[in-house]
Design a protein around this ligand. Structure first.
Ligand code: NAP
Length: 494
């Protein structure tokens, strides 16, 4: 049984100094928090969805108005570059606004064909599930909880968020903005603390779990939710491929690959770790790519003059170093980077490009979750597709091609495909679903799937004039004949 520490000490990855200390939530505080959420949720569910949406329109405005404070907090807790913090800030501001616009339409009750035409009036409603538990990782501590919570709250639920132990202050800032936007008390509570300590207590109390994080933790949580027969949605790991086809614009493809592999210091669930480049353009693509990698500016600090920031922790640095060292020891070639940069900060690692990666190297198939890209020369589009699909994961893929992108997309077993972009086009299409196939997860965030998963469909059928039973005086045999004829007639129309 893990022991709950009394405090969380949050350290700045830029220099490993203490950023802040706050009390850790004891596990026995989880049930009372969920109980408070339950009371608040009952009132919130009665608020018309258009009024709920107004809170999120205001949240979008407040996010934009508090840009610098949000960026500073994200950077202090994660060590990412300001341009990467900006990406999640913009994402949050747009996502909550899109969800506010979508929610009234998606939650509107729908008329359905009834059991007996004219006599049965049937409507399908979307009832909130109740209290949603959200568990988030450290790599996107602002936009993930903002957008998940927005969809859950718009659907009429309350939310209890367990942020990552490394990023509780960003989660608290989100709670502050939600309160300013007019969200009633107790509908959004943040419980900072260790996942292994609070996770079981949370899963035992809530009505749905939305999780983002590693496949290992997601699997454990999904099993615990199955035991309670509550819903679970998880966006998990990935080993996302990028395909460069013969008709690609190589300069744009190289720039897109650099963004997709090294934004957020490579700690992006939908980021690119493997690139399959067809032989006829391989050399030109690699030349262009390496020139662009060489121009990346690494560094610490809250200013705008940096392209790639720090890794988030000593654990991340160890994992990235282990993958690269293992690959190099087994014969991979380092085309760029390939080493830590302690001169810049304790957890810095250079944007790294490798070739000659083979099956016996850990990074060939395992998620690295850092700034490391492997390049593979392939003979054809078919081989690129086959190798892209040869993974237990299936989160995101990127295809660079002037004319073949959508054709290739149909052959890829992944939840999102970005054509002529790395990951931002599909992720930023907030009205469409986002999530993974295979071991990259189950369920979806964003779009209609993202919102409606936080609801229970309820069918209400009102029977008028006559019950669904034999009319008075008609025997069972007569009823059987009449109904058989009636159903056969109905079946002719569909
Ligand atoms: P992780 O260990 O699974 O942690 C993620 C969250 O789960 C943290 O809040 C953590 O709490 C909590 N947690 C840990 N053990 C738990 C348990 N037994 N019960 C309940 N909660 C528990 O993941 P990570 O390694 O920090 O995050 C990186 C991973 O997230 C990568 O694999 C990445 O691919 C994935 N990710 C996926 C997406 C996506 O959208 N698909 C997005 C971002 C990240 P603590 O803070 O206390 O550890």
């Amino acid at each position: 049984m893990p022991v709950a520490p009394e405090h969380l000490v949050v350290r700045r990855p830029f220099d490993d100094t203490v950023y802040g200390v706050l009390p850790a939530t004891p596990p026995d505080a989880v049930a009372p928090a969920v109980a408070r959420a339950r009371v608040a949720q009952r009132a919130w569910a009665k608020v018309p969805v258009t009024r709920r949406a107004a809170v999120f329109r205001e949240l979008a405005r407040l996010i934009l108005a508090h840009r610098d404070r949000i960026l500073d907090t994200i950077q202090e807790e994660t060590g990412k570059a300001r341009i990467s913090a900006l990406e999640e800030f913009l994402d949050a501001a747009r996502a909550v606004r899109v969800f506010a616009s979508q929610a009234p339409g998606l939650l509107r009750p729908s008329r359905r064909a009834g059991a007996i035409p004219l006599l049965t009036c049937t409507r399908e409603y979307h009832r909130p599930v109740g209290v949603v538990g959200i568990i988030n990782p450290w790599n996107y501590p602002f936009n993930l909880p903002a957008s998940d919570a927005a969809q859950a709250l718009l659907a009429g639920n309350a939310v209890v968020l367990k942020p990552d132990s490394q990023t509780p202050f960003t989660a608290r800032l989100l709670a502050e903005l939600l309160a300013l936007a007019g969200l009633p008390e107790n509908l959004f509570q943040v419980l900072p603390g260790s996942g292994s300590v609070l996770g079981p207590a949370l899963v035992a109390e809530v009505d749905y779990v939305m999780f983002t994080g590693s496949t290992a933790t997601g699997r454990r949580l999904a099993a615990a939710c199955a035991e309670r027969l509550i819903g679970f949605s998880g966006e998990l790991g990935g080993k996302n491929p990028l395909l460069v086809l013969a008709d690609a614009n190589l300069r744009a493809a190289a720039a897109g690959t650099v963004r997709a592999a090294f934004a957020n210091t490579g700690q992006v669930c939908v980021g690119i770790e493997r690139a399959y480049v067809v032989g006829e353009v391989y050399d030109r693509f690699v030349e262009e790519l390496l020139a662009q990698v060489a121009s990346l500016r690494l560094g610490a600090g809250l200013d705008w003059n940096v392209d790639v920031g720090s890794l988030a922790s000593a654990g991340q640095l160890a994992a990235v170093s282990r993958h690269v060292e293992d690959a190099v020891a087994k014969g991979a070639f380092v085309l760029a980077g390939g080493r830590p940069r302690p001169d810049l900060g304790p957890f810095f690692y250079e944007p790294t490009v490798l070739s000659g990666v083979t099956e016996e190297m850990a990074l060939c198939r395992e998620e690295t979750f850092g700034p490391v890209l492997s390049l593979y020369r392939v003979a054809s589009e078919d081989e690129a597709v086959e190798r892209a699909n040869d993974s237990r994961y299936g989160l995101n893929a990127s295809v660079w091609s002037a004319g073949r992108g959508e054709v290739v997309a149909a052959r890829l077993r992944v939840g999102t495909v970005n054509v002529n972009e790395g990951y931002a086009a599909a992720w930023g299409s907030h009205a469409a679903s986002m999530g993974g196939m295979g071991e990259s997860g189950m369920g979806r965030r964003h779009g209609s799937h993202g919102l409606l998963k936080y609801t229970e469909p309820q069918t209400v059928a009102v029977q008028r004039l006559h019950p669904i039973a034999p009319p008075r005086g008609m025997g069972n045999k007569g009823y059987a004949d009449v109904m058989t004829r009636a159903i056969s007639l109905l079946n002719r129309w569909g």
